[in-house]
Write a protein that binds this ligand. Sequence first.
Ligand code: ZN
Length: 288
Amino acid sequence: MVFDRLKTLLATLLALSLAAPALAQQEENPWAKVQRPSSQQSASIGTYTNGCLAGAAEMPMRGEGFQLVRTGRNRHFGHPDTIRFLEEFSRRVARNDLGRIQIGDMSMPRGGPFNSGHRSHQMGLDIDIWYSQDWRAQERPLTEWERDNVSPVPLADEQEHRMLEENWDPRVPKILRIASEDERVERIFVHPTIKRKMCELAGDDNEWLRKVRPWWGHNYHFHVRLTCPEGDRTCKPQRPPRGDPCGPDLDWWFSDEFYAMLRGETPTPERPEPKPLPKQCQQVLIAP
Ligand SMILES: [Zn+2]
């Protein structure tokens, strides 16, 4: 059964996404302590959820069509290709009159696992972008305090899986489509309710929604994942999403079974032991 396989997969992924806070209890996470990128040739090493980043570049604080937020976390590093992608993408957003995007978590200076939050973002190819934009930021840069304290606006209710229509912004599908149609983008995660709404709005013109995947928790930001950089043999690609861009897979996210899991009434499968990072990551950690 397709559904059974899907359920197993989702349950495993859910468990993986919940695995991140466990790390916070471990005292030592050397990746969170490193302040600067390594002076190595740039490479994304490992997988999105188990890897690191050599020779990272830092995203500028602000530029045409973008503004960083939550800069106090030191998570605005990426593979140089990621920085290039973000600058080009933001420029297209601005030049299509879609505003100025606010960019949250990217990766830490040498990648690796975060202490809190999500499990991915480990090799400099994952980016969180808020659905909401701060209109005041159009005129002037945010202050340091604002960058760390301005609140994102949720588009969907996380517990009940319904849209918060009063917060809906018609620019959102346009911005997401620009990202999705860029061949450097591997997939985009959004809250299932937001995916469902965009499928309804798109009708038959929905091929671009294939890369837009429903995922737990993405109610106030979407998550752009880039493909492995060209020629980077240390980066392990994911299988591209297939099937109907707006197929019945989406229904599972609105089933009783899913809600029971969300409320913790049915057990999630056992959490797999975290795998050791690829060997090259030790070099990344100790490199000058
Ligand atoms: Zn993310």
